[in-house]
Design a protein around this ligand. Structure first.
Ligand SMILES: [Zn+2]
Length: 130
């Protein structure tokens, strides 16, 4: 991949990172405490649960984006972490923080479905507790 392309992906990743760091309206839902009338409480609680789930997903994505930026820094960006083949540019355009090529990602998803944890970015705490 040319330095020009790398720079382009770096910009994409930085933009995504800033977007995630800035957060959305979801974050406000969590901060609202007892502001509404009682009959709104249930709805508010539901909103908060949805918002927390979204935040959880966002923080995972933020980790992936940051990891991709780190790979740009150390020169390994665009190389599949599993088979060390180049990740096709088309895939990176769709998913700039992709760490694996399509076939490895599919293999990992399959293993994950079988309960095997294969990458260190996965939180092991649940399995450790089991
Ligand atoms: Zn691969």
């Amino acid at each position: 991949m040319s330095p020009k392309q790398i720079n382009e992906f770096r910009r994409l990743l930085e933009a995504k990172k800033n977007e995630l760091l800035a957060g959305g309206s979801d974050r406000e839902e969590i901060l609202i405490e007892n502001a509404a009338e009682d009959f709104d409480r249930l709805q508010q609680q539901l909103n908060r649960e949805v918002a927390i789930r979204n935040l959880d997903r966002e923080s995972k994505l933020l980790k992936e984006v940051q990891a991709a930026l780190n790979r740009i820094e150390d020169g390994s960006y665009g190389i599949c972490l599993r088979c060390e083949e180049e990740i096709p540019e088309k895939r990176l355009r769709a998913l700039p923080w992709a760490a694996y090529c399509v076939s490895c990602q599919e293999a990992i998803d399959r293993m994950r479905a079988d309960g095997e944890v294969v990458d260190e970015s996965t939180d092991n705490s649940e399995l450790a507790a089991a």
